[in-house]
Design a protein around this ligand. Sequence first.
Ligand code: OFO
Length: 168
Amino acid sequence: MLDKKIEDMIVEQMNFEIHSAYIYLAMGAYCDSIDMPGFANWFKIQWEEEIYHSTRMYEYIVERGGRPILESIEAPQKEWSSLIDTFEKALIHEQEVTKRINSIMTEAVNLSDHATRSFFNWYIDEQVEEEATVDTIIKQLKMVKDSGHGLFMMDKEMGSRAFVKPTK
Ligand code: OFO
C-alpha cells in the first residue's frame, strides 16, 4: 500500500506528464506550421514518450493499491518565436520535471518506501537523458543558425526519430 502523501505526489506527476505530452504536441504543431516536418516528428515522438511516462506511473499506482485520479490539463503555449525558442522552453520544462521527480524520490527515501525509490530510479536516469538530448539540439541549432542547408539536414535527421517502448 502506498503512503497517501507519496500517492498524491505520483498522481500529480502522472498528470504533469500528460501536461508535458500536451506541450510537446503543441510544439510539434508549431513546427508543422513553419514547414519543419522532421522537427514536428521529433516533438510528436516526445509526446508519445510523455504519455508512456504517465501510463507507467498509472500502472505503478494501481499495482500499489492506489487510484490514478485524472485532473484537467492546462493548455500549452500556442506560439513560439523560432525553433530554438521551442527547444529552450522544452529544456526549462524538463528541468522542472527533474525537480519534481527528485522531490518524489526524496520523499520515497524519507519514508523508506524502497519500492517507489526503485521505480523512480528509471525516471531519474530518463531525466538525465531528456535534458542532455534537448541541450544538444539547442547547441546544434545555434551552430546551424540561419543556414537553410543546415536546417534542412537537421530536419531530415529529426524526422528519423521513432518511438521505442522501453523493455524494462
Ligand atoms: Fe517525462 O520526461 Fe519529459 O517531461
